[in-house]
Design a protein around this ligand. Structure first.
Ligand SMILES: [Zn+2]
Length: 240
Protein backbone atom coordinates (compact mmCIF):
# COMPACT_ATOMS: atom_id res chain seq x y z
CA UNK A 1 0.00 0.00 0.00
CA UNK A 2 2.55 2.54 1.11
CA UNK A 3 4.80 1.37 -1.69
CA UNK A 4 1.97 1.94 -4.16
CA UNK A 5 1.38 5.39 -2.78
CA UNK A 6 5.04 6.29 -2.95
CA UNK A 7 5.17 4.97 -6.51
CA UNK A 8 2.14 7.04 -7.40
CA UNK A 9 3.75 10.06 -5.78
CA UNK A 10 7.02 9.41 -7.57
CA UNK A 11 5.19 9.08 -10.87
CA UNK A 12 3.26 12.28 -10.19
CA UNK A 13 6.48 14.08 -9.35
CA UNK A 14 8.19 12.81 -12.48
CA UNK A 15 5.25 13.93 -14.59
CA UNK A 16 5.40 17.31 -12.94
CA UNK A 17 9.14 17.58 -13.47
CA UNK A 18 8.77 16.55 -17.10
CA UNK A 19 6.07 19.17 -17.55
CA UNK A 20 8.31 21.78 -15.92
CA UNK A 21 11.21 20.86 -18.16
CA UNK A 22 9.26 21.08 -21.39
CA UNK A 23 6.72 23.81 -20.76
CA UNK A 24 8.10 26.68 -18.69
CA UNK A 25 5.82 29.39 -17.46
CA UNK A 26 6.30 32.68 -19.22
CA UNK A 27 9.38 34.36 -17.80
CA UNK A 28 8.47 36.60 -14.87
CA UNK A 29 9.77 40.09 -15.21
CA UNK A 30 11.90 40.33 -12.09
CA UNK A 31 14.53 42.46 -13.83
CA UNK A 32 13.83 45.45 -11.54
CA UNK A 33 12.91 43.58 -8.35
CA UNK A 34 15.21 40.56 -8.10
CA UNK A 35 16.92 39.80 -4.82
CA UNK A 36 18.93 36.77 -5.93
CA UNK A 37 21.39 36.26 -8.77
CA UNK A 38 21.94 32.69 -9.90
CA UNK A 39 25.51 32.62 -11.21
CA UNK A 40 26.19 29.79 -13.63
CA UNK A 41 29.76 28.79 -14.46
CA UNK A 42 29.50 27.10 -17.86
CA UNK A 43 30.62 23.48 -18.34
CA UNK A 44 32.62 21.62 -15.63
CA UNK A 45 33.86 18.14 -14.77
CA UNK A 46 33.91 15.87 -17.83
CA UNK A 47 32.67 18.78 -19.94
CA UNK A 48 35.65 21.05 -20.63
CA UNK A 49 33.75 23.35 -22.94
CA UNK A 50 36.16 24.85 -25.42
CA UNK A 51 39.79 23.86 -25.01
CA UNK A 52 42.43 25.94 -26.72
CA UNK A 53 46.15 26.46 -26.57
CA UNK A 54 45.84 30.14 -25.71
CA UNK A 55 42.94 30.08 -23.30
CA UNK A 56 43.13 26.59 -21.78
CA UNK A 57 39.92 24.86 -20.70
CA UNK A 58 36.78 26.97 -20.80
CA UNK A 59 35.41 25.30 -17.63
CA UNK A 60 38.34 26.69 -15.59
CA UNK A 61 37.94 30.27 -16.82
CA UNK A 62 34.14 30.24 -16.42
CA UNK A 63 34.36 29.01 -12.83
CA UNK A 64 36.87 31.68 -11.86
CA UNK A 65 34.90 34.53 -13.45
CA UNK A 66 31.69 33.18 -11.87
CA UNK A 67 33.26 33.03 -8.40
CA UNK A 68 34.62 36.56 -8.75
CA UNK A 69 31.21 37.72 -9.98
CA UNK A 70 29.55 36.09 -7.00
CA UNK A 71 31.88 37.85 -4.59
CA UNK A 72 31.33 41.23 -6.26
CA UNK A 73 27.56 40.79 -6.14
CA UNK A 74 27.61 39.79 -2.47
CA UNK A 75 29.65 42.88 -1.71
CA UNK A 76 26.79 44.80 -3.33
CA UNK A 77 24.40 43.04 -0.97
CA UNK A 78 22.70 40.83 -3.50
CA UNK A 79 22.03 37.19 -2.64
CA UNK A 80 23.77 34.70 -4.88
CA UNK A 81 23.38 31.06 -5.75
CA UNK A 82 26.06 29.22 -7.72
CA UNK A 83 25.10 26.32 -9.99
CA UNK A 84 28.58 24.93 -9.31
CA UNK A 85 31.46 26.01 -7.07
CA UNK A 86 34.01 23.43 -8.13
CA UNK A 87 35.07 21.43 -11.17
CA UNK A 88 32.01 19.18 -11.36
CA UNK A 89 29.66 18.24 -14.17
CA UNK A 90 26.15 19.69 -13.86
CA UNK A 91 23.59 18.92 -16.57
CA UNK A 92 21.75 21.75 -18.28
CA UNK A 93 18.47 20.56 -16.74
CA UNK A 94 20.00 20.68 -13.25
CA UNK A 95 21.16 24.22 -13.93
CA UNK A 96 17.63 25.16 -15.00
CA UNK A 97 16.17 23.49 -11.89
CA UNK A 98 18.51 25.47 -9.60
CA UNK A 99 17.60 28.68 -11.41
CA UNK A 100 13.86 28.08 -11.31
CA UNK A 101 13.81 27.00 -7.65
CA UNK A 102 14.59 30.56 -6.54
CA UNK A 103 11.86 32.98 -5.48
CA UNK A 104 12.83 36.25 -7.11
CA UNK A 105 15.90 35.89 -9.22
CA UNK A 106 17.79 36.47 -12.41
CA UNK A 107 20.18 34.02 -14.05
CA UNK A 108 23.59 34.86 -15.50
CA UNK A 109 25.57 32.16 -17.28
CA UNK A 110 29.30 32.69 -17.88
CA UNK A 111 30.97 31.23 -20.96
CA UNK A 112 33.91 31.80 -23.25
CA UNK A 113 33.67 31.48 -27.00
CA UNK A 114 35.47 29.36 -29.55
CA UNK A 115 36.01 29.53 -33.28
CA UNK A 116 38.08 27.73 -35.90
CA UNK A 117 39.08 31.13 -37.16
CA UNK A 118 41.63 32.53 -34.72
CA UNK A 119 41.04 36.09 -35.84
CA UNK A 120 37.48 36.16 -34.52
CA UNK A 121 37.19 37.97 -31.21
CA UNK A 122 34.84 40.06 -29.09
CA UNK A 123 32.04 39.85 -26.54
CA UNK A 124 28.54 38.49 -27.14
CA UNK A 125 25.54 38.36 -24.81
CA UNK A 126 22.52 36.13 -25.40
CA UNK A 127 18.97 36.06 -24.07
CA UNK A 128 15.68 34.37 -24.93
CA UNK A 129 12.69 36.12 -23.38
CA UNK A 130 11.96 39.79 -24.00
CA UNK A 131 12.13 40.37 -20.24
CA UNK A 132 15.82 39.57 -20.40
CA UNK A 133 16.82 42.00 -23.14
CA UNK A 134 17.45 44.98 -20.79
CA UNK A 135 19.84 42.95 -18.68
CA UNK A 136 21.59 41.50 -21.72
CA UNK A 137 22.10 44.95 -23.27
CA UNK A 138 23.35 46.40 -20.00
CA UNK A 139 25.91 43.64 -19.51
CA UNK A 140 27.11 43.94 -23.10
CA UNK A 141 27.54 47.70 -22.86
CA UNK A 142 29.45 47.43 -19.56
CA UNK A 143 31.79 44.88 -21.15
CA UNK A 144 32.36 47.38 -23.94
CA UNK A 145 33.94 49.78 -21.40
CA UNK A 146 36.89 47.36 -21.13
CA UNK A 147 39.77 48.77 -23.19
CA UNK A 148 40.22 47.18 -26.64
CA UNK A 149 36.93 45.30 -26.36
CA UNK A 150 35.10 44.35 -29.55
CA UNK A 151 31.32 44.30 -29.73
CA UNK A 152 29.85 41.22 -31.39
CA UNK A 153 26.41 42.22 -30.21
CA UNK A 154 23.44 41.10 -28.15
CA UNK A 155 21.49 38.23 -29.70
CA UNK A 156 18.55 35.98 -28.97
CA UNK A 157 19.23 32.25 -28.71
CA UNK A 158 17.38 29.07 -27.86
CA UNK A 159 19.96 27.83 -25.35
CA UNK A 160 18.29 25.48 -22.88
CA UNK A 161 19.28 27.46 -19.77
CA UNK A 162 17.70 30.56 -21.32
CA UNK A 163 14.64 29.04 -22.96
CA UNK A 164 13.46 27.16 -19.87
CA UNK A 165 14.07 29.98 -17.40
CA UNK A 166 11.18 31.37 -15.35
CA UNK A 167 13.18 34.53 -14.74
CA UNK A 168 15.23 36.93 -16.84
CA UNK A 169 18.23 34.91 -17.99
CA UNK A 170 21.30 35.81 -20.00
CA UNK A 171 24.40 34.04 -21.23
CA UNK A 172 27.62 36.02 -21.54
CA UNK A 173 30.41 34.97 -23.90
CA UNK A 174 33.46 36.64 -22.35
CA UNK A 175 35.73 36.46 -25.41
CA UNK A 176 37.22 33.79 -27.68
CA UNK A 177 39.63 31.25 -26.23
CA UNK A 178 40.63 30.52 -29.83
CA UNK A 179 41.95 34.07 -30.26
CA UNK A 180 45.50 34.71 -29.06
CA UNK A 181 44.77 37.96 -27.27
CA UNK A 182 41.42 37.01 -25.72
CA UNK A 183 42.67 33.52 -24.88
CA UNK A 184 45.62 35.03 -23.02
CA UNK A 185 43.23 37.43 -21.28
CA UNK A 186 41.09 34.50 -20.16
CA UNK A 187 44.11 33.08 -18.33
CA UNK A 188 44.89 36.36 -16.60
CA UNK A 189 43.39 36.62 -13.10
CA UNK A 190 43.40 40.42 -13.18
CA UNK A 191 41.48 40.42 -16.46
CA UNK A 192 38.99 37.87 -15.14
CA UNK A 193 38.42 40.17 -12.18
CA UNK A 194 37.77 43.01 -14.61
CA UNK A 195 35.21 40.89 -16.50
CA UNK A 196 33.44 40.01 -13.27
CA UNK A 197 33.46 43.66 -12.12
CA UNK A 198 31.85 44.87 -15.33
CA UNK A 199 29.17 42.17 -15.26
CA UNK A 200 28.47 42.83 -11.56
CA UNK A 201 28.21 46.54 -12.23
CA UNK A 202 25.66 45.91 -15.00
CA UNK A 203 23.59 43.66 -12.71
CA UNK A 204 23.62 46.16 -9.84
CA UNK A 205 22.65 48.97 -12.23
CA UNK A 206 19.84 46.86 -13.61
CA UNK A 207 18.47 46.45 -10.07
CA UNK A 208 19.27 49.74 -8.34
CA UNK A 209 20.13 52.21 -11.10
CA UNK A 210 23.40 53.85 -12.21
CA UNK A 211 26.06 54.88 -9.75
CA UNK A 212 25.13 52.44 -7.00
CA UNK A 213 27.74 49.81 -7.76
CA UNK A 214 30.80 51.84 -6.80
CA UNK A 215 28.97 53.38 -3.86
CA UNK A 216 28.57 50.02 -2.13
CA UNK A 217 29.14 50.31 1.66
CA UNK A 218 32.47 48.50 1.55
CA UNK A 219 33.84 50.74 -1.16
CA UNK A 220 32.52 53.86 0.58
CA UNK A 221 34.08 52.82 3.88
CA UNK A 222 37.37 52.12 2.06
CA UNK A 223 38.15 49.25 4.39
CA UNK A 224 41.60 47.83 3.85
CA UNK A 225 41.32 44.40 2.25
CA UNK A 226 43.19 41.60 4.02
CA UNK A 227 45.97 40.03 1.99
CA UNK A 228 44.35 37.21 0.11
CA UNK A 229 45.81 35.26 -2.77
CA UNK A 230 42.38 34.84 -4.39
CA UNK A 231 41.53 38.51 -4.21
CA UNK A 232 43.07 40.56 -6.97
CA UNK A 233 43.06 44.32 -6.54
CA UNK A 234 40.23 45.79 -8.57
CA UNK A 235 41.62 47.53 -11.66
CA UNK A 236 41.01 51.25 -11.91
CA UNK A 237 37.69 51.98 -13.58
CA UNK A 238 38.76 53.65 -16.84
CA UNK A 239 35.72 55.26 -18.37
CA UNK A 240 32.54 56.17 -16.57
ZN1 LIG B 1 30.63 27.44 -23.22
Amino acid sequence: MSRLISRALAFGLLTLLAACATAPKAAKNTSKTFTTVVVDAGHGGKDNGAYRRFGGAEKIATLDVAQRLERNLRESELKTVMTRSSDVFISLDERVAIENSQKNAIFVSIHFNDSRRRGIHGFETYYHSGNSSDLANRIQSKLMTIPHSVNRGVHTANFRVLRLAYYPAVLVECGFLSNRSEGNNARDAEYRELLSERIAEAIVEQRYGPGVYHASPQVAAAQPQPANAGHEPAPAAPQH
